[in-house]
Design a protein around this ligand. Structure first.
Ligand code: G
Ligand code: G
Ligand code: MN
Ligand code: NA
Length: 248
């Protein structure tokens, strides 16, 4: 309860902020996009990571207000970057509870349009478990997002329990391979085989792929050797405030 009222105040008093983690093309090293990640600058506790307050926000319903703030702030930042001639793809996270809001897609599209931004600049990241928990509702939500002109990524792919058969039917642009798989590379050969298999799967289904959690040079080398298109991780860039995101 205490956390809830402090979190409510955080939203109204502007204590939330966004950081951006770069996503690079493996072959060229070019910056392709960035993932927006929310943080709470708490006056007492300092910078609180989302893992500590998003679950609470989900339980209390505050996630809708936070999600609205995230999209508004992301669009405002995208407009500032556009005015400087910088137009990266931009990913943002949607958690399961947000998917229940009937006007979700309309509210996101309205924020993008209000800043005169192209909707295809934005990718909604939904976890595998969120997408597959309520098949019909979420399949139509994915379609709704894409019909509105946004892109859709399955986040933390492989960590849940999707049937690969269902993946074929889903309207998805990008698979984000969960970082737990790359963690064992290169020592663990089976972990490497799984990453390679997920990359071929994405390729065969005509989807883009991002491998998350690149922390070491050998991991990046592995991704290069296996034709991985896109990579994200601490080796390449940590989440940073907007003004510290690399431009290329
Ligand atoms: O930054 P960190 O690794 O602590 O993020 C933990 C989790 O919080 C991640 O799973 C991420 O997807 C989630 N998260 C980060 N930003 C947002 C956000 O703006 N909205 C939602 N719903 N989840 C977010
Ligand atoms: O679940 P999601 O993929 O949205 O989570 C993104 C979070 O993963 C970010 O908040 C970020 O802090 C974290 N992250 C990004 N890259 C790495 C990495 O290379 N190693 C680890 N351990 N965490 C990472
Ligand atoms: Mn994500
Ligand atoms: Na992820």
């Amino acid at each position: 309860l205490l956390v809830t009222s402090r979190l409510r105040r955080a939203i109204s008093e502007g204590q939330l902020l966004l950081q951006y983690q770069p996503i690079f093309a493996v072959e060229t090293g070019a910056l392709v996009s960035a993932e927006a990640l929310v943080r709470w600058q708490d006056p007492e506790q300092g910078l609180v990571p989302p893992g500590l307050f998003i679950p609470v926000a989900e339980d209390t319903g505050l996630i809708d207000a936070i999600g609205q703030w995230v999209v508004e702030e992301l669009c405002a930042q995208a407009a500032r970057w556009r005015d400087e001639g910088f137009v990266p793809g931009l990913g943002f996270n949607l958690s399961p509870r947000q998917l229940r809001r009937p006007d979700l897609v309309a509210s996101i599209a309205a924020a993008i349009d209000a800043h005169g931004l192209p909707r295809e600049q934005f990718t909604a990241e939904l976890t595998e478990s969120a997408v597959l928990s309520d098949e019909h509702r979420h399949t139509s939500l994915l379609e709704e997002l894409r019909e509105a002109g946004l892109k859709v990524a399955i986040d933390d792919f492989g960590a849940g329990h999707s049937s690969l058969g269902r993946l074929r039917a889903l309207a998805v642009d990008t698979l984000k391979v969960d970082r737990s798989f790359l963690a064992g590379v290169p020592e663990d050969r089976s972990a490497g085989s799984i990453v390679a298999a997920m990359l071929s799967l994405a390729n065969a289904l005509g989807m883009n792929a991002v491998v998350e959690g690149v922390e070491t040079e050998p991991q990046l080398e592995f991704l290069r050797e296996h034709g991985c298109p896109l990579a994200q991780g601490f080796l390449l860039g940590r989440p940073v405030p907007a003004d510290r995101l690399p431009r290329a």
